[in-house]
Design a protein around this ligand. Structure first.
Ligand code: PLP
Length: 440
């Protein structure tokens, strides 16, 4: 079956057989998504990607959260096209440029001050999320003179050594090839079941001089664990974490790399809990266009760096700063966008709950805003469903410790028709999978 034949997205041509041979023979075995999404993608616009053969597929993965505003957004594209055409500075290390000034002033006024988050400094790090996490950890350790960092079960913070040390996944830890140190993992909210407040445990061990857990430089948390299975932390739990960090004189760091930039319905994923972290880590959708851009927001007074102490060649790339400014101007000057994301999130939740209930009690739906996890409990079910979904015209990926959770990350700018079509494809693909599982 092919849903896309009935959509408004135009004629679906059945193209040439996918030519993935060059990728198989030339690219390292480490490649990942060209395997799970076996086709060659040549164009993309909004929520639809077009393959070399002309097949159109709906994108519910959005570059793992790097494309919250969809592919090739027109307003952002116009800004960077104009910038390139003017011969303005694209690469300038971290020299002062009008593009950087405009980004900082715009972000400060439209995002930070509007939310009462005043007095943050911008640190542009190397372009990956992992590099920004490294910078946050280094800065916390420098400020406190402590080594240990509290991170959480199922947490994901990137794969350079320092970031991998605070990441839970065994595959990633093992492949680092050296012993990873400087982190203590604590149970995330809900890890021990609904009746147990794991923040109480954290508080107890951190205040106990004989608990065996070293005093931490920082408490590092994702408010929703994107890679870890769409685990959602509660408001009170997050507030407790911030309070504990204060009490033990550790920095409170929110890794908002995947959940920031509107994903949960507000610009920052921690706004709903009224938090003011010492450091906020941003990357993925920050540039708004899929260009690499990462930064830390450092609370005034915590900016203990010496000049040049954490540096890199590619920091605050000007083209990415221009697209980031355009994204802020396009989407965040009013609350309209935020409300639309919240409404669409509710709609997604209703539909996924309904799909889950069609299949008895085998599935659980979790999430906040427009990030939802459909927990299949069984990895093979999730895997077969996402494979079929791709055949049926939907890009959707899995997460969780065993890849058992189907993760919904549609563009926040998606139109309702395409959103519903994508969910329809998921629904049918799951039904096909369950049918086959019963037959087997
Ligand atoms: C993706 C991600 C990272 C790592 O970012 P990279 O750009 O892949 O290095 C870190 N933290 C979170 C929460 C992420 O989702």
């Amino acid at each position: 079956m092919n849903f896309l034949k009935e959509t408004t997205m135009g004629e679906v041509a059945i193209g040439e057989p996918n030519n993935l041979q060059a990728f198989e023979t030339l690219e390292s075995n480490v490649r990942l998504y060209s395997r799970s999404l076996p086709d060659v993608f040549s164009r993309a616009r909004g929520s639809v990607m077009t393959t070399d053969g002309g097949r159109k597929v709906i994108d519910f993965f959005c570059g793992a959260g790097a494309l919250n505003y969809g592919h090739n957004n027109h307003e952002i594209k116009a800004a960077i096209t104009k910038y390139l055409a003017s011969d303005a500075v694209v690469h300038g290390l971290d020299m002062a440029t009008p593009a950087k000034r405009e980004f900082m002033e715009t972000f400060n006024a439209v995002i930070l001050q509007e939310r009462g988050l005043e007095n943050y400094r911008f640190q542009f790090t190397g372009p990956t999320g992992a590099n920004a996490v490294e910078a946050a950890l280094k800065l916390s350790r420098k400020i406190t003179g402590r080594q240990n960092v509290i991170s959480f079960t199922h947490g994901y913070h990137g794969l350079s050594l320092g970031a991998a040390a605070v990441t839970g996944g065994r595959l990633f830890r093992k492949s680092s090839g050296v012993s990873l140190s400087g982190a203590t993992f604590m149970p995330y909210d809900g890890y021990l079941g609904p009746g147990i407040d794991t923040a109480d445990y954290l508080r107890k061990v951190l205040l106990d001089e004989s608990s065996g857990v070293d005093s931490p430089a920082a408490i590092l948390v994702e408010t929703v664990q994107g890679e870890g299975g769409v685990n959602v932390a509660g408001k009170e739990w997050l507030q407790s974490l911030q309070a504990i960090a204060k009490d033990v004189e550790a920095l409170f760091i929110v890794d908002d790399i995947q959940m920031g930039c509107g994903r949960t319905g507000e610009f920052f994923s921690f706004e709903f809990a009224g938090l003011s972290p010492d450091i906020v880590v941003m990357s993925k959708s920050l540039s708004g266009y899929g260009l690499p851009l990462s930064m830390l927001l450092i609370k005034e007074g915590r900016d203990a760096w010496q000049s040049g102490e954490h540096t890199a060649t590619f920091r605050g790339n000007n083209l990415a700063l221009v697209s980031a400014t355009a994204a802020v101007n396009t989407f965040w000057r009013s609350r309209t966008f935020s409300h639309a994301v919240q409404d669409m999130g509710e709609l997604m939740r209703h539909r996924l709950d309904a799909i889950a209930s069609q299949h008895g009690n085998s599935f659980a739906v979790r999430g906040r805003g427009m990030v939802l996890g459909f927990d299949c409990q069984i990895a093979d079910i999730a895997g077969a469903t996402t494979r079929k979904a791709f055949e049926n015209g939907l890009i959707i990926e899995r997460c969780g410790p065993n890849d058992e959770v189907v993760k919904f990350l549609p563009a926040l700018t998606i139109d309702l028709e395409t959103l519903n079509q994508g969910i329809d494809i998921f629904e049918v693909s799951l039904a096909e999978t369950m049918e086959q599982a019963r037959g087997a």
